[in-house]
Design a protein around this ligand. Structure first.
Ligand SMILES: *Cc1c(COP(=O)(O)O)cnc(C)c1O
Length: 462
């Protein structure tokens, strides 16, 4: 028998890790010193055998890995990797196709085309909308807002791609008070600045107040971008999108919706109502690597006006051989030219789950979040701060001795992370410290929820 190839050995390492995900301590066990000690070897002068490099690397990083792809990681709206998506992601690297242009990889171009069509269909967007495969929701926000910047300035007689922003008509940006930090990052990259954003008050669940938006839009008529949100990172709440879409339409503003995880509610018949109106957005950002459970480096942008989308992104050079008969060049829908074929894991995820599987994944996570909140709220130490409308739970802990709840909540987050049964991050919600639990992984079962709730309650009363 032949000895195993490098990729077979690597598959074995990967298999063991994935098989062990549910059983391992969720947080990392090594700290920075230990990891530096095992990894920071001097750069070798001479080549080293690849098999040795990979196995030494796997051994060195092992204690510093986080089981974020596993069933009891509730930090940062982080999903795992569906088996088909993970396998397809391996092939993405093995095939090493450049997904920039059709001529560079006809197969990956068509994969992208088909996956884009499925996404639009599943989420209820018009089939002629533009879809771009980007690195994450940050770049999806960037791309959607770039298309908006193009279009509202074009209508005002200004070509922002050619002439930039210096001397351009005033471009107003309006966003809800709870807009995600990456919306502001995108606006900075677009030369629109974050301080210039007019911030619209949010309600107690973090939803933009449509009445305040209406008042702001009535104050001034000028090219305007409105940034709304489907799924608040803390509460999971949705901005009132139907009202916001009406206001944007009435005032000729471009409506961008950040739906990094929340947009997936539109794929579930049971949750669709919550995302109602999102399909009226001019542009919408979402992630594949969060709730769709594909590996990282996967964001999606949808732009209703495909021409505006392309105008904002297209690059041209003499040696670019762009598709002739409507062939898709991925680079025309995203900021980068050369890039990995990141539509492939999305294609595999959607095909392996099917419509019903995607809906089940979303529904199951929401059900688990509600159950987790119910299991926790019976304890006298626990207060659930949000209406659990999606997959997010905000928990505050009051010490029995009447001590400081902010301090105790932060201590509880450290205890939970140290305990290792599950992992939760922290946040501040309306001025109060909170533990943030997000159920986004395909692997999470009812038993994982019960085990995690029991660990949290044990730590709260000890
Ligand atoms: C995670 C998130 C982002 C940023 O997405 P990345 O994929 O990390 O770039 C933006 N908006 C919201 C609401 C998010 O949850």
């Amino acid at each position: 028998m032949n000895p195993p190839t490098l990729l077979q050995q690597t598959a074995h390492i990967a298999d063991e890790f994935v098989a062990g995900l549910a059983g391992r301590r969720v947080g990392a066990s090594a700290g920075v010193e230990q990891l530096r000690h095992s990894l920071a070897a001097p750069l070798p002068d001479e080549p080293v055998d690849p098999a040795e490099v990979v196995s030494a690397l796997a051994r060195a990083v092992e204690p510093g890995l986080v089981a974020s792809a596993g069933p009891r990681y509730f930090g940062f709206v982080t999903g795992g990797s569906l088996p088909a998506a993970l396998a397809a992601d391996w092939l993405t690297s093995a095939w090493d196709q450049n997904a920039g242009m059709f001529v560079q990889s006809p197969a990956m171009s068509v994969v992208e085309e088909v996956a884009a069509g499925w996404i639009l269909d599943l989420l209820g967007f018009p089939s002629q909308a533009g879809v771009g495969f980007v690195t994450g929701a940050t770049m999806a926000n960037f791309t959607g807002l770039a298309a908006g910047r193009h279009e509202v300035l074009r209508r005002a007689g200004w070509d922002v791609e050619q002439d930039g922003l210096q001397g351009a008509p005033h471009l107003r940006v309006v966003a809800g008070a709870e807009a995600h930090a990456t919306v502001f990052a995108a606006l900075r990259l677009l030369g629109l600045g974050s301080r210039r954003v007019e911030v619209i008050e949010a309600d107690e669940q973090g939803r933009m107040r449509a009445d305040r938006l209406g008042a702001a839009l009535r104050r001034e008529r000028t090219p305007t971008l409105v940034c709304a949100q489907a799924g608040n990172v803390n509460t999971g709440a949705f901005d009132p999108l139907p009202e916001i879409a009406d206001l944007a339409a009435e005032h000729g503003a471009w409506l961008h919706v950040d739906g990094a995880f929340g947009l997936w509610a539109a794929a579930s018949p049971a949750r669709r109502e919550q995302a109602r109106g999102v399909q009226r957005a001019d542009s919408c950002a979402t992630d594949g690597h969060k709730w769709l459970n594909v590996p990282y480096d996967s964001g999606l942008v949808i732009v209703a006006d495909a021409a505006a989308h392309r105008a904002a992104m297209s690059a041209g050079a003499a040696y670019f051989v762009t598709g002739a008969a409507g062939e898709r060049d991925g680079m025309q829908w995203a900021p980068e030219f050369s890039r990995r074929a990141r539509a492939l894991p999305i294609y595999a995820a959607l095909r392996s789950l099917g419509r019903r599987g995607v809906a089940d994944l979303i529904e199951r996570c929401c059900r688990h979040a509600a159950r987790l909140a119910d299991l926790l709220r019976v304890a006298p130490e626990v207060e659930i701060l949000n209406e659990v409308v999606l997959n997010q739970v905000l928990v505050r802990f009051r010490p029995r001795d009447g001590g400081d709840a902010d301090e105790f909540t932060r201590a509880m987050i450290r205890r939970v992370q140290g305990d290792g049964t599950c992992w939760a991050g922290g946040t501040t919600w309306r001025g109060r410290a909170a533990m943030r639990l997000s159920v986004s992984g395909w692997m999470t079962s009812e038993a994982d929820i019960e085990m995690s709730a029991a660990a949290i309650l044990r730590l709260a009363s000890s």
